[in-house]
Design a protein around this ligand. Structure first.
Ligand code: NAP
Length: 200
């Protein structure tokens, strides 16, 4: 299995630390050329390799860590996403709900990656927490994973475990995953408010 992280800002660098900690190779890429990213990649660890975006997309599993508004640009870089696993770590903070056509942001992003095995995950932790050793006081920090395609989840859960996290499966994107979504300027609790209003 080969891995890439697309987007090498705060959130892209965070899982790179986890890969480096476990000596697992990971390619990192952004819009900038690999030479510009290489010093930062090397500083994280020798298994973190900067490549061009196009080369990074040769990986089997791609962690999407770009601003929400950029996901379509990444999607356009491959003619087909068939055979790829995409882990969506983006959040749609500040994106108007009307812009999402009534969908949760993960379902909205998934539409740009047809054919991919699409998993929402690693998005609920602040970057600094995601970068830190996930083994805390003998326990494993949790990451939440959701998917519509049942087949998509197992390799991502395995990766999370290899990186030292405890994966928690939340079901389909529009089920448990709704609790770990940004919506407008709020986080999952807005869903509770919506449900509460409906019950009244
Ligand atoms: N910050 C957090 O604590 C946190 C936590 C959970 C989730 N998130 C989510 O994670 C995503 C990234 O957040 P961030 O804080 O890491 O942002 P950031 O620090 O601004 O980094 C964004 C990265 O994406 C790259 N990028 C932008 N457009 C791109 C494109 N079209 N193709 C390839 N690379 C592109 C940028 O690099 P270049 O400019 O070099 O291209 C940069 O490396 C967001 O959706 C955010 O909501 C953030």
């Amino acid at each position: 299995m080969s891995y890439a992280i697309v987007g090498f800002g705060k959130v892209g660098q965070a899982p790179a630390h986890a890969f480096a900690r476990k000596n697992i190779d990971v390619i990192i890429a952004s819009r900038r050329p690999p030479e510009a990213l290489a010093p930062q990649a090397r500083a994280i660890g020798p298994t973190v390799i900067a490549k061009s975006l196009r080369d990074a997309l040769d990986a089997d599993t791609i962690i999407l860590a770009v601003p929400f508004s950029e996901h379509r640009e990444v999607a356009k870089a491959l003619p087909t996403w068939k055979g790829k696993t995409v882990i969506d770590a983006t959040n749609a903070f500040g994106v108007l709900l009307e812009e999402l056509n009534g969908l949760l942001s993960s379902a909205f992003v998934a539409k740009s990656f047809p054919g991919a095995k699409f998993v929402k995950g690693f998005n609920h932790l602040a970057a600094a927490t995601l970068a830190a050793d996930p083994i805390v006081e003998g326990g494993h920090r949790v990451v939440f994973l959701s998917r519509d395609d049942e087949d998509a989840i197992a390799p991502v859960a395995d990766l999370a475990k290899q990186l030292g996290f405890a994966p928690v499966k939340l079901g389909k994107l529009n089920e448990g995953c709704a609790l770990v979504h940004a919506r407008g300027r709020t986080w999952g609790q807005v869903i509770f408010q919506d449900l509460f209003k409906k019950e009244q």
